[in-house]
Write a protein that binds this ligand. Structure first.
Ligand code: ATP
Ligand code: MG
Length: 203
């Protein structure tokens, strides 16, 4: 099978409850929209705890990776992490995420466009708002850190979930959307973004 063109790539974005409560929905959508990405699915819902758990269990390695990432973040700051076993951190984080993501409505969206997964991650910023780059959504709008979350025994509040890889995106989109909730359509701007010859502009 031919490799799909990068412009057909799709990614899942979930605006978490803090994003809605801080009235950042418009701002967040604008960041993705102005890149040229196309919104092909969107809904507002309060997810159940089991839906959230299943979402983070889609990748069997996620628990370990989230633990390793958290420990490394402490090390990078020259601090000692309050835990050592990555898998235990994973268990703790998944519990905290279930509370966080079921605390209020979220907005689930599917965005499509060139390198959608990587582009959305870049604009969203790194997991920990304290160290997310300036100019990213998490870097510009949140002050939270692993330390704060650990002291208070809760999830890091970082406004958004965004798929980490194309494979993750495909699985997550299926987890959040039925096929008929996604709409395939042509966006007029795509002519400028993707047309090979840019012909037909001049009268
Ligand atoms: P997301 O998957 O939400 O887009 P991410 O891929 O940047 O974010 P993950 O490593 O997949 O981050 O972690 C998922 C979410 O779990 C984070 O966005 C954050 O809300 C929360 N989280 C991660 N590590 C910790 C931790 N050590 N303590 C508390 N919460 C955490
Ligand atoms: Mg992730």
């Amino acid at each position: 099978m031919a490799t799909p063109h990068p412009k057909t790539e799709r990614t899942l974005v979930v605006i978490k409850p803090d994003g809605l409560q801080r009235t950042l929905v418009g701002e967040i959508i604008q960041r993705y929209e102005r890149l040229g990405l196309k919104l092909v699915g969107m809904k507002l819902l309060v997810p159940t705890a089991s839906h959230v758990k299943a979402h983070y269990n889609l990748d069997p390695n996620w628990k370990r990776i989230v633990g390793e990432k958290s420990i490394e973040a402490y090390q990078k700051k020259g601090l000692k992490a309050p835990y050592t076993d990555p898998l235990k951190v994973g268990d703790m984080v998944i519990e905290a995420l279930q509370k966080y993501l079921t605390s209020g409505p979220v907005i689930a969206m599917v965005w499509q466009g060139a390198h959608a997964v990587k582009i959305v991650r870049k604009v969203t910023g790194g997991t920990e708002p304290l160290t997310s780059d300036v100019g990213t959504i998490r870097g510009d709008f949140v002050m939270d850190s692993y330390q704060m979350a650990d002291i208070d025994g809760r999830a890091v509040r970082n406004l958004i979930h965004a798929s980490g890889s194309v494979e993750e995106a495909n699985n997550e989109i299926k987890h959040w959307f039925k096929k008929d909730e996604l709409v395939g359509y042509r966006l007029i701007a795509e002519q400028i973004l993707y047309d090979v010859n840019l012909d037909g502009l001049l009268e």
